[in-house]
Design a protein around this ligand. Structure first.
Ligand code: 5CA
Length: 444
């Protein structure tokens, strides 16, 4: 793709309205555009990254046997009245009326709707467990939307729901999501730590937030540093292996604000291991038993001829928030260099030719290189403008494709000036470059 033909409206300077670096960068490189308070349009660069994140989230859901569905954004108030949450949810719920004067709402979450789908189709314990998920826009009328897409009103969420015959099976489902979240965030090159958390308006008494450390995060956390060294590799999708994984994490005190108990923290964690800091909540999982299935009549036939309400959990990932979270983790705002993990990078590589008005050989060379890259499924962004080299590099550093090829006066013979963003320039042949990038992509 030529930069001159792309829709990447870059600003010269940081926008003054943005307080945190993810918001600054997203506006600066035109990833998003605010349409009203807490509501954004996603422009090509931002949209591309979000879709790649979504795909990784999807693959890891499928891997644990969850099945994808798509529920609507607009819901009827009826089911929320059945669960008792229509009143409880309060002002964060955007309530609307249709032309027949029926009370509708823009879904902030989907426990009711998915329970309604479940109860009308599944009748026997033999069909359990069921793990259903969708990736859909949500609306929460946040009182103070801020930090761009980090805390906005309309956001893109993956929400999954599990249905099981009893607590033991339900915890097995919960733990599958626990593992799947660790894997998902790892593929996004993020270190997300599960922390015991409050359940808020979703309900239940078992819950973990997945937090990545960031000074600009809104979650205050109290943790034992040793939790960062826990390794989940090798965990199998089996009850015992998953239980052991949870234990490995839960042996270390690690909680969010609402669960904090000073005495417990100081009793369980030696001073040198204590860490009190801030983080971004990128995922949140809940177990709430029959909180929805009971009032809504979601029951199944049991083997002994009895009936029981199914035990449920729900599991959210902030897909759109993750775009900002990755920037918070990876953007060097001092040097204005963004490096996207290759798994979600909008382009794999940028090609930066030095172009003089009457001389197109560097651009011709770029085109040839691009053809070879395309054959190898490597996507490049080519700066075909006649700006000077340093402003081109600056621009590409902000866009953040993880690799760069610079085609300048020194480019002769087979060797190209190649660099991984933020690292030293090296001389490499195109074949070598292709090999490096392909290997890197294959490892994701
Ligand atoms: N039904 C449950 C689990 S599916 C649920 O709604 N959980 S949640 O409220 O914790 O939201 C899930 C994830 O969505 C959060 O971890 C967060 O990453 C993201 N999220 C929540 N509110 C916002 C918001 N206002 N802006 C951006 N992302 C948000």
């Amino acid at each position: 793709m030529y930069i001159s033909k792309s829709f990447i409206p870059i600003l010269k300077n940081n926008p003054s309205e943005a307080q945190i670096k993810s918001h600054q960068l997203m506006l600066r490189v035109g990833m998003i555009k605010q349409s009203s308070a807490g509501i954004y349009s996603w422009l090509p660069l931002g949209f591309k990254i979000m879709k790649k994140i979504e795909q990784i989230v999807r693959e890891e859901q499928n891997r644990i046997g969850a099945q994808e569905i798509l529920m609507p954004t607009i819901q009827s108030s009826e089911i929320w009245k059945e669960s008792g949450r229509y009143e409880d949810y309060g002002e964060e719920m955007l309530r609307i009326k249709d032309r027949q004067d029926r009370e509708m709402l823009y879904g902030p979450t989907n426990e009711e709707l998915v329970t309604d789908i479940f109860r009308s189709s599944v009748k026997s314990y033999k069909s359990l467990p069921q793990l259903l998920y969708h990736i859909q826009w949500k609306f929460r009328d946040e009182i103070r939307p801020r930090f761009g897409i980090m805390r906005c009103r309309e956001f893109y969420m993956k929400d999954a729901y599990s249905f099981d015959v009893n607590d033991e099976e339900a915890f097995f489902s919960y733990n599958k999501f626990f593992l799947s979240y660790l894997k998902t965030f790892k593929r996004l090159d993020l270190k997300a730590i599960p922390m015991a958390a409050d359940t808020g308006p979703i309900g239940g008494n078992l819950s973990h937030e997945f937090i990545i450390l960031a000074e600009t995060g809104e979650s205050k956390i109290y943790t034992d540093k040793r939790i960062f060294d826990v390794i989940s590799d090798g965990t199998k999708l089996e009850k015992k292996s998953l239980k052991d994984l949870r234990k490995k994490y839960e042996q270390f005190y690690s909680v969010t604000d609402e669960k904090f108990d000073k005495k417990e923290f100081e009793g369980k964690v030696t001073e040198s291991n204590r860490l009190i800091t801030k983080g971004i909540e990128v995922g949140h999982i809940f177990y709430f038993g029959d909180k929805y299935s009971k009032p809504m009549g979601g029951s199944v036939d049991l083997p002994e001829g009895k009936k029981d309400f199914v035990k449920m959990g729900s599991y959210g990932i902030g897909v759109s928030r993750l775009v900002g979270a990755i920037i918070e983790a990876k953007y060097d705002s001092k040097n204005e260099v963004m490096k996207w993990p290759i798994s979600v990078a909008p382009y794999d590589i940028s090609i930066i030719p030095m172009i003089n008005k009457n001389e197109t050989s560097a651009l011709d060379k770029s085109n040839k290189i691009n053809l070879e890259l395309e054959k190898n499924n490597i996507e490049a962004l080519i700066d075909d403008t006649d700006e000077n080299l340093s402003s081109k590099i600056k621009k590409m550093n902000l866009i953040g494709a993880p690799y760069q090829i610079i085609i300048g006066k020194q480019t002769e013979g087979n060797l190209l000036e190649f660099k991984e963003i933020g690292e030293e320039t090296q001389k490499k042949s195109l074949e070598e470059i292709i090999k490096i990038i392909k290997e890197r992509k294959a490892n994701n």
